[in-house]
Write a protein that binds this ligand. Structure first.
Ligand code: PEP
Ligand code: MN
Length: 337
């Protein structure tokens, strides 16, 4: 339940409310908004104990949260803006994250990074060092060596790094080298991984599983937030339907739906649903028009030679063209670029 406090509330009264909540086995979360302070009281059937709070002078009103997700619900917080360096995710401007599917050790990753940097300002650089591949015989990623390449790129270009952890044991090392931990679609319900990322000190980019509902997606975000890490970025990346000409169906409707349900930023990956590079641009523009807070796109200087996902990877030149158009769409829908 959400306790909306009076405008005159004192710190001492807030402390008392927190203590009462804990006394009854609930977890209080205080949010200091621009005009009001609210306390989210978490716990199974917390609303049944509303009488414990109703009589308090500092409590103006009590609202139950019927959603199974609480911390990430929009009912108690309007908007989360995540700061990484001097950039904001979920703010007025849309953000771009770009880079190869996998980090490679032949110089191409550094080359791609330089090209992206010259196109899109500082921004974010993506690339997988631990790769979730359908086949055990496919390239599995470079591991820590790949993370070091990413770190070098970050130091040299100033770009912030987004890279995947596939297992709870990889979270610590990813945190050491990267700025944002990606959780891939196949791991959206790897609850031990979610909990470990919930203890991390850097933001998490959580991709929607391709067979998962919006509710399941938000419950996974709730897992991360409930361990303490509130900096979760949601990423729609396509779901399984019966489409046979694209790899996945980009669920554009997920963007406005998520925006009404949660205060978390919502990004879109147009590369994985497209499956083919000629469709990436259209999906990216549709996502920005629908209200996405940013795009994460696979880019490589030589897509044909990429170690993974080459067919859906665009060149830096195509990326430059894409962000030019996406910036124009962003302006048209009232977002800065
Ligand atoms: C990726 O970003 O390269 C990736 C594997 O994405 P997803 O988990 O969405 O398939
Ligand atoms: Mn990929």
């Amino acid at each position: 339940m959400i306790l909306t406090l009076t405008t005159e509330v004192t710190d001492k009264q807030i402390e008392e409310i927190e203590n009462i909540a804990r006394e009854f086995g609930f977890i209080p979360e205080v949010s200091r908004g621009e005009s009001r302070i609210v306390v989210l009281v978490k716990g199974e059937n917390a609303i049944l104990s509303r009488d414990k709070f109703e009589a308090l002078k500092a409590v103006e009103s009590i609202t139950p949260i019927s959603d199974p997700f609480k911390l990430v619900s929009k009912k108690w917080m309007k908007k989360t803006v995540i700061k990484v360096g001097d950039m904001e995710i979920g703010g007025k401007k849309i953000v771009y994250m770009a880079g190869p599917c996998s980090v490679e050790n032949n110089g191409s990753t550094e080359e791609t990074a330089s090209a992206i940097k010259s196109i899109g300002g500082p921004g974010f650089f993506r690339g997988g060092a631990f790769k979730p591949r359908t086949s055990p015989y496919a390239f599995q990623g470079m591991g820590e060596e790949g993370l070091k390449i990413l770190k070098d790129i970050s130091v040299r270009t100033g770009m912030k790094i987004v890279t995947e952890a596939m297992d709870p044991r990889q979270v610590e090392i990813v945190e050491k080298y990267a700025d944002i931990i990606q959780i891939g679609a196949r791991n959206m319900q790897n609850f031990e991984l979610l909990k470990e990322c919930g203890k991390a000190k850097i933001p998490v980019l959580l991709k929607r599983g391709f067979s998962n509902t919006i509710k399941e997606f938000l419950m996974s975000a709730e897992y991360i937030a409930s361990e303490g890490n509130k900096n979760v970025i949601l990423c729609e990346r396509g779901i399984r339907t019966f489409s046979d000409y694209v790899r996945f169906t980009l669920d554009i409707s997920a963007i406005p739906v998520l925006k009404t349900l949660t205060h978390l930023p919502v990004m879109v990956d147009p590369s994985h649903p497209a499956g083919r590079r000629e469709y990436v641009g259209a999906l990216a523009l549709a996502a920005v028009a629908a209200g996405a807070d940013g795009l994460i796109i696979e880019v490589h200087t030589n897509p044909e030679r990429a170690s993974s996902d080459g067919a859906q990877t665009i060149t830096p030149e195509a990326y430059a063209e894409l962000i030019r158009k996406a910036d124009a769409v962003a302006q048209a829908v009232g977002r800065g670029a």
